[in-house]
Structure formats: C-alpha cells, structure tokens
Design a protein. Structure first.
Length: 230
C-alpha cells in the first residue's frame, strides 16, 4: 500500500523504498503502531534504514523538519522492532514476531532531545491516517513506543521527551499542534501601539531585544506629539 505520491494535511509522503523487509504479515493484520527514535540524524538515518547490510528498516521515517518518508509498504513487515522482551503493553499477541502486526515509525532525533513542532504535526497527521485506514484504535494500548514492546533492551525508545499527550490528543482530534511559545513581555505594548496607530510596521519592532535606532524613536515620539496636538 502506498509507496507513491500522497499528501496528509499538505505534508507529502515521499517514497524511498528499503530492501529490508519480509513480504506479508504472517497472515496477521496491522493492529498496532510503534513509535521509535533513530538515535541518529538525517540523512544518515535514512541511508542506514535503506542499506541492505543494516538488516534494519521502518515503514516510515519522519524528519525533524517534518518530512515523511515511506520505506516499506504497509502490507509487508518492516525490520524495526527486534525481540519482544518484558512488554508493558497488554494488547500484544503473545509469542508472535513483533514486526508481523505492527506499523513502525522512526523519528529522526536523539533520546532526551525535544521533538520539534513540525515533526509532531507530521506524526499526528500520519498516525491519524493510519488509525482510520487500518482501523487501529486511537488509544495508548495500540499506539505505543518501542519501549512498550521491549522494556529490557529499548527502555529509551522513543525516549522520555516524546510528547505522548500532544500526539494522542492530536490523533483523537482534540489538539493538532503543541502550545505556541509564550509571548515576549513587550508584545502587549507593541499590540497596543499598533492599535493606536503609532506603529504602522510592527514587523520592524518584533526583535524586542535588539537596540532601537534613534530614527525609530524620533519617529514614534513625533507621531505621539501629533496625536496629542490633534
């Protein structure tokens, strides 16, 4: 399925086939989504997942800039999850190869580093589509991390910085993006001055911590003088 041109919420899915997969799914259907972190940066992580000698792949790779690459077709088993050891997820079928029933998503990054908003937006769009297309429940029992399958060997995948609350809320349709950063303390003053007509080009003032030129200040003071006179 796929490995062709497609967009999700305006984000293109870029086909980049990997030779590392097992045809089919041992008669099973894709019932879980497993989130991973590459522990490496793009493009090296993409090259590695498509290298025949790596014995590794994933259905998808999402870069920090929000690009989505598809490496393996959904009807085939990607080589991502390794051995299932001491799983903390109760919905995994016991004694079954962990790649046979999962859709795997690698996220470019290093454990312990925050996930950029562009990457979070892309993974929400992709996982929402996967849940709807493959009828995967939108719950943490079926949308899991690698550590939920292998708590022994992969306790830090996708890592403690993976924004589970934001991702799950977005998949369920209650939130689509992380909260925007707080406004600078001077933003309110700038908004008031623009509304009063004293500043016509606010973009020239938004670098709040950059020194203001004498010309800018004289222009602003003169506008205020004219307003008071008038």
């Amino acid at each position: 399925m796929l490995l062709g041109s497609m967009t999700l919420n305006g984000i293109p899915i870029i086909p980049n086939p990997s030779p590392n997969f097992t045809p089919g799914r041992m008669g099973l259907r894709a019932s879980h989504i497993v989130n991973h972190i590459t522990d490496g940066l793009f493009p090296g992580c993409l090259v590695w997942l498509c290298n025949p000698t790596s014995s590794a792949s994933s259905h998808y790779l999402i870069t920090r800039s929000g690009l989505i690459y598809q490496l393996v077709q959904l009807e085939n088993s990607a080589w991502t999850n390794g051995t299932v050891r001491s799983p903390t997820c109760a919905t995994l079928p016991p004694g079954v190869w962990g790649n046979a029933y999962t859709v795997t998503i690698e996220h470019e990054g290093k454990p312990g580093e925050p996930f950029p908003a562009t990457q979070v937006e892309a993974t929400i769009a992709l996982q929402s589509w996967l849940c709807e297309t493959l009828r995967i429940p939108k719950s943490r029992e079926y949308i899991i991390g690698h550590s939920d399958m292998d708590s022994v060997g992969k306790p830090g995948c996708p890592g403690n910085k993976f924004p589970w609350d934001i991702v799950m809320a977005g998949i369920r349709g209650t939130e689509h993006l992380p909260e925007p950063p707080p406004k600078h303390w001077a933003q309110g003053a700038l908004d008031d001055l623009v509304a009063a007509g004293l500043i016509a080009s606010p973009d020239a003032w938004v670098d709040f911590d950059h020194p203001v030129s004498k010309a800018q200040m004289l222009s602003l003071i003169n506008k205020f003088r004219l307003m008071m006179l008038g």
